[in-house]
Ligand binder design. Sequence first.
Ligand code: SF4
Length: 313
Amino acid sequence: MKIIYKENKGGFIKPCPCSPGRLGCDYYIIAPGTGCPFNCSYCFLNFYSKSKDIILYSNTDKMYREFVAFIDNKKNKPLRFGTGEFIDSLAVKELDSVNLELAKIIKQRPNIVIEFKTKSSNIDTFLKIPAQDNIILSWSLNPQWIINEEEKGTASLEERLYAAKEIVAHGYSIALHLDPIFMTENTLDDYLELVDKTFSIIPAKSVKWLSMGGFRYVEDLKLAILENNNGKKWFLGEEYIKCEDGKFRYPKFLRLKFYNRIGEKIKQKGAIKTYLCMEGAQLWKDISWGDYSVLTNLHPLEIGKSYGSITGY
Ligand code: SF4
């Protein structure tokens, strides 16, 4: 896999599009590039990205200018950004200087938070600078056997958790993502154990937000997964329902069962702002451990106070 530098002729910043009819979380995407050195079987980049290479945008100066103009235009509103939607934020060392520049831009702007999301354990760049309250390092987690099968090339679960522990010891806060959750007959206990293991290593109070999302797909992704795996993939053999937004998801009763059991377990670990990614109001109504008002309070400065509106609904 090569790294290719290319000019981005479009914009660098955009609101997370979430999915039609779903409850969004007021999140903004900064895109320094597209592609990933890892090989997750379920990743939307399998069909979204035409190139197998990693594209990094060469006109980063334009990105910084656009970012500063965007946040200054919003005055002091608390805003959350993330760079990890189209690329792993930390897996590519060529992004280190970009990450540091973004960190520098927000240093004196406490209302702005940037999340750097990864499945790696590459934390050295952030360990070399003093921790900032408004930088959140985040990890996507799955049980180790799913990492072995479906997240080839990524750091192991323990490597991710110990990297997170080290970053917390350095003074940063973190976020966690249980996404995608594979919901089959035998996997619930694996996710409950994952929660236990995670919080046996990481202090719950260091976790600024935690998301959960069941595996979901559009038809193009299913085709790409089958094409890459000789027409077979165990998790595609389950029952999925086509939802109004065109995405296929596990049936609602199954999603509720997993979200409720895992969410209750998380609640036992501490008061962690936990939310569902790309789920609708109907499902949120039946969640046992919270309600969707959390979506407007995920920013660390928002302590039980709402701002803005729930998007995508
Ligand atoms: S819930 Fe997920 S998809 Fe929706 S806005 Fe938030 S991060 Fe984006």
